[in-house]
Design a binder for this molecule. Structure first.
Ligand SMILES: NC(=O)c1ccc[n+]([C@@H]2O[C@H](COP(=O)([O-])OP(=O)(O)OC[C@H]3O[C@@H](n4cnc5c(N)ncnc54)[C@H](OP(=O)(O)O)[C@@H]3O)[C@@H](O)[C@H]2O)c1
Length: 282
């Protein structure tokens, strides 16, 4: 049984889609806190089990018969370490053959404020006493493309990453990498640094949007505090706004760059291009 946690999320759903191409549906478990959200997966033959990161008993039940578990990091910022520990402990009790965790690109050296929770989780994964793989995912390109509507409406793309090159990749690419690792019958690496083949600056992103829309959408780089103020002003919750402003500021210093092309090698094809990601979003 291959268990995918947070299978109701955007990444989890894509992982299940990719797994269904590689293993029979009855070997896949979508472990979710609200089974009603994934009725469509049950219709495809995927087993759906209740699993809440805050409820160890639910995790033990969900992991019955598990050979491999993919722990997709929670979106509950600030509460993730105890939640992830619950999952890791349950996977260890189930004596799984592989525990994979969706971490952060270069988590051990990253200057992103996000890295702390990922590092603590990685430590717990290493200490669990089961074979493991760290899928250190870089930035989702959707973090930027999902906000293009606002940029087009305002005639400018604002951000704080300056000249920093960002090796973002589509969720679908990271999901396929996770599925490849989970479906593998051979040995897998302990650490994968996963990022897009094609790094870009936000000015290059703005130029691509301009090209595809036929409108002039320049990039406006903002100091971290100004970008934070803008994100708060458009209504983002403070913790999320702070995280985004911090991430862009660190990206300006290269924290989201990687040129190892490990992701493309793992999935056996080039990662989805910036042009294709922008086109899909538009
Ligand atoms: N690399 C990046 O650029 C980037 C960007 C954003 C997020 N992330 C991280 O990557 C993860 C996956 O991304 P995504 O796009 O799929 O996020 P998402 O769509 O927000 O999905 C988050 C998932 O976490 C689940 N979850 C939250 N709390 C839980 C709990 N207590 N017990 C069980 N499940 C819980 C949610 O369940 P419900 O459906 O029940 O709410 C949902 O399935 C995120 O959670 C976050 O840690 C990475």
């Amino acid at each position: 049984m291959i268990i995918v946690t947070a299978a109701s999320g955007q990444l989890g759903r894509l992982v299940i889609t990719e797994l269904l191409k590689r293993v029979p549906a009855e070997q896949i478990v979508a472990a979710v806190r609200d089974p009603g959200k994934v009725a469509d997966l049950a219709d495809q033959g995927v087993l759906v089990r209740h699993a809440d990161y805050n409820d160890p008993a639910s995790l033990d039940k969900a992991f019955e018969g598990a050979t491999k578990v993919l722990l997709i990091s929670s979106n509950d910022l600030g509460n993730r370490v105890p939640q992830h520990r619950n999952v890791i402990d349950a996977a260890a009790r189930a004596r799984v053959g592989l525990l994979a965790y969706t971490s952060l690109l270069h988590a051990d050296t990253s200057t992103l404020s996000l890295a702390a929770e990922h590092c603590a989780t990685e430590d717990a994964v290493r200490a669990a006493g089961v074979p493991y793989t760290l899928l250190r995912n870089g930035w989702y390109v959707e973090n930027y493309t999902a906000a293009l509507g606002g940029a087009i409406a305002h005639g400018a793309l604002a951000g704080g990453a300056g000249e920093g090159r960002i090796a973002a990749a589509a969720r679908a690419d990271y999901a396929e990498a996770a599925a490849v690792v989970l479906a593998s019958t051979g040995a897998v690496e302990q650490v994968y640094e996963l990022a897009g083949d094609e790094a870009f600056t936000l000015a290059e992103l703005a130029a691509e949007v301009s090209r595809q829309t036929g409108k002039d959408i320049p990039f406006h780089n903002l100091p971290q505090q100004d970008y934070l103020a803008m994100l708060l002003q458009i209504g983002l919750p403070a913790p999320l706004a702070e995280l985004i402003a911090d991430s862009d500021a660190q990206a300006a210093r290269g924290a989201l760059f990687d040129d190892s092309k490990v992701l493309g090698k793992l999935i056996g094809r080039p990662t989805i291009s910036l042009a294709a990601a922008v086109k899909a979003a538009l």
